[in-house]
Design a protein around this ligand. Structure first.
Ligand code: AMP
Ligand code: MG
Length: 331
């Protein structure tokens, strides 16, 4: 993540009519942070809440960015042992919990493998299998020793919170906005959406789920209140070599882009960080293992698109999902 404050675009919208509460107007802003375009829309009494949200986004970006020498993650990766903030410890703890729940499909120590494939500097290459094997020796969430605010990892191991950071950020922004009396809003961090309350007219927010085969289109929409809707997909970041696509979601067992038969997974949860970690993990696990996990859980729902473009929707959100396509409901 680079410091891209110069790229901030601020759009204050002209007041909207029709808001029930007095002096409540629509304000929106686009922020470029965490290598992504973030769209924030709130119904509030003034635009100060948006400036506060932007400040918060930049604060979290600094905390979790592995490339920023002042961040906790940079410190951990450089010194292998560090004292970290409560907040970073919380994020790492949540990530480790999802690692446990998914049998290591989600693993924040995937960093050496990401590096090997060139995902950090965009100098992509296909490594030799021996190189992958060596990098994998440093991967394993059980290598992370976190005790309160003290953390240590072995030499060669490094942490990457790329699969969790945006979800955590959306949780924090939702909390901040609510503490500033915003009862209605919607934020999209590079397509990862957090709905705050309902729309001002009392109806539910509509969130489109991107079509992995046509990024400009949608496979369907979801109606939500106070939920995070987070998608992981092989279409989001990839390179092509010798006619083969290599994407940014790595299977920690093989050290290669996950080929689990899925093109995208969208997770819907009250917790943004959970939805973020889970969407990445379910992508690695594939449909059958994900369904098994969903059946034993009560804290998320999901929409899957498989390699043939077939859509699967878990029962709990079936009634909020609308699509022109046929889809299969997972019971
Ligand atoms: P997401 O877009 O949320 O699915 O996260 C993908 C990002 O998470 C990648 O760009 C990496 O930074 C990181 N990542 C890749 N594979 C994994 C994995 N198996 N577990 C945890 N993080 C991963
Ligand atoms: Mg994720």
């Amino acid at each position: 993540m680079r410091n891209l404050s110069a790229a901030l675009v601020l759009i204050i919208c002209v007041p909207l009519c029709g808001c029930a509460e007095k002096n409540i107007k629509e304000y929106s802003e686009t922020v470029f942070a965490m290598d992504t375009v973030m769209d924030l829309k709130v119904y509030a009494q003034n635009d100060q809440v948006l400036s506060d949200a932007e400040t918060e986004i930049r604060r979290i970006e600094k905390l979790l960015d592995r490339g920023n020498y002042r961040s906790d993650i940079y410190k951990i990766n450089k010194y292998k042992s560090a004292e970290i903030s409560d907040e970073t410890a919380y994020v790492i703890n949540c990530a480790l919990e999802i690692s446990e729940r998914t049998g290591g499909a989600f693993d924040i120590t995937i960093s050496p493998v990401m590096d090997l494939w060139g995902f950090y500097n965009s100098e992509f290459n296909v490594p030799q299998s021996e190189q992958i094997k060596q990098a994998l020796e440093c991967v394993g969430y059980d290598k992370v020793d976190l005790d309160g605010n003290s953390i240590s990892i072995p030499d060669g191991t490094a942490i990457d919170l790329g699969g969790a950071g945006k979800g955590y950020t959306s949780d924090r922004i939702a909390e901040l906005l609510k503490s500033e009396n915003v009862n209605s809003g919607i934020i999209s961090l590079g397509g990862n959406v957090q709905a705050i309350g309902r729309k001002p007219d009392g109806s539910l927010w509509t969130v489109g789920i991107a079509d992995p085969l046509d990024k400009s289109g949608y496979i369907g929409t979801l109606k939500v209140i106070d939920k995070a809707v987070i998608t992981s997909g092989s279409y989001q970041r990839y390179f092509e070599y010798d006619g083969k696509i290599y994407h940014h979601i790595i299977d920690p067992e093989t050290g290669v882009s996950a080929e689990s038969g899925l093109l995208s997974v969208t997770v819907i949860s009250e917790s943004g960080i959970k939805a973020d970690c889970l969407s990445t993990a379910l992508f690695v696990l594939g449909l059958d293992k994900s369904i098994e996990l969903w059946k034993n859980s009560s804290d998320f729902e999901a929409v899957f698109v498989d390699d043939d473009g077939v859509i699967y929707v878990t029962k709990g959100i079936n009634s909020s999902f609308e699509s022109d396509n046929d889809y299969i409901v997972i019971e």
